[in-house]
Design a protein around this ligand. Structure first.
Ligand code: NAD
Ligand code: ZN
Length: 253
């Protein structure tokens, strides 16, 4: 096992050395080492509660209250989590100019917290650390929403236009953010190495990016504890912990 892990790290280091423009693509798996559960591992969030569909959120005040109750229940965790060695290794790749962008499905803001400049993090599923009006896009911070919710039992409507306010995440059933999708596609098509860290690669359209990179001639690396359906297309698939693996590879560069 140890030998295998060492060989994997070496192969990843070699691919990084040969690359002039990499893209890092992350999923919930990179943040489990910070203490945020993922969705699809045993014990993951979905084994406990079904996600709320966007259409139900928009059409039902009761479902909106439930969504906000769930979000506030997680606040202690989201307000205190910190980037782990995996996030830091990714930030180092960006800082050294090895990686042009981080495309993330995560909503936890930990790439930015680890020092990747905001404009180099492409959040294709949004961000749960703040909220937005669904109509006019106005940004709202969470503490005043929570105070209003606790006082009135309801989330507030948008103070600018009266629209529905929701965490700035992309729910199932919600349209993908156009600008981020275009930016993610451009970065993917410009890279020569595409590195997937901690994604089960089953949520589309996000999971289409590794395949797009590969079809466009980039090398593809997947680091994920469990096998994924795209391992067969990868130049290198590593079934190990993300943090120690990517950190060792970056250190050896
Ligand atoms: P997923 O839960 O479907 O898959 C995560 C994968 O990571 C699993 O296959 C698991 O084996 C692997 N993994 C977990 N911890 C690992 C570790 N330490 N080392 C190596 N592998 C590890 O996640 P997904 O593909 O990102 O899709 C789920 C959706 O849920 C995404 O849209 C994401 O936005 C959202 N989500 C985000 C967070 C977050 O922001 N931290 C947390 C949960 C879910
Ligand atoms: Zn508004």
């Amino acid at each position: 096992m140890k030998v295998l892990a060492e060989a994997s790290v070496k192969a990843l280091t070699e691919l990084l050395r040969a690359s002039e423009c990499a893209v890092v693509f992350t999923g919930a798996g990179i943040s489990t080492e910070s203490g945020i559960p993922d969705f699809r591992s045993p014990g993951g969030i979905w084994t406990k509660m079904a996600p709320i569909d966007f259409r139900d959120f928009v059409s039902s005040a009761e479902i909106r209250r439930e969504a906000w109750r769930r979000r506030f229940a997680l606040e202690e965790m989201f307000a205190t989590v910190e980037p782990n060695e995996g996030h830091r290794a990714v930030a180092a790749l960006v800082k050294r100019g090895k990686a042009s962008h981080v495309i993330t499905q995560n909503i936890d803001n930990l790439h930015q917290d680890s020092g990747v400049p905001d404009d180099l993090v492409i959040e294709i599923h949004g961000n749960t650390r703040y909220a937005k009006c669904l109509d006019c896009g106005e940004r709202f911070e969470l503490p005043p929403i929570r105070a209003h919710f606790e006082k009135h039992g309801e989330p507030p409507n948008c103070s600018a236009c009266g629209g529905i306010v929701k965490t700035a995440t992309i729910s199932f059933g919600q349209p993908m953010p156009e600008l981020e999708m275009v930016r993610a596609q451009e970065a993917t098509l410009a890279c020569d190495l595409f590195i997937v860290l901690g994604s089960s690669l089953v949520v589309y359209p996000a999971a289409g990016f590794p395949l797009l990179a590969k079809r466009n001639g980039a090398r593809l690396v997947i680091v994920n504890r469990e096998p994924t359906d795209q391992d067969e297309f990868a130049d290198l698939a590593i079934h190990e912990q993300i943090g120690p693996t990517i950190q060792a590879a970056v250190k050896a560069l």
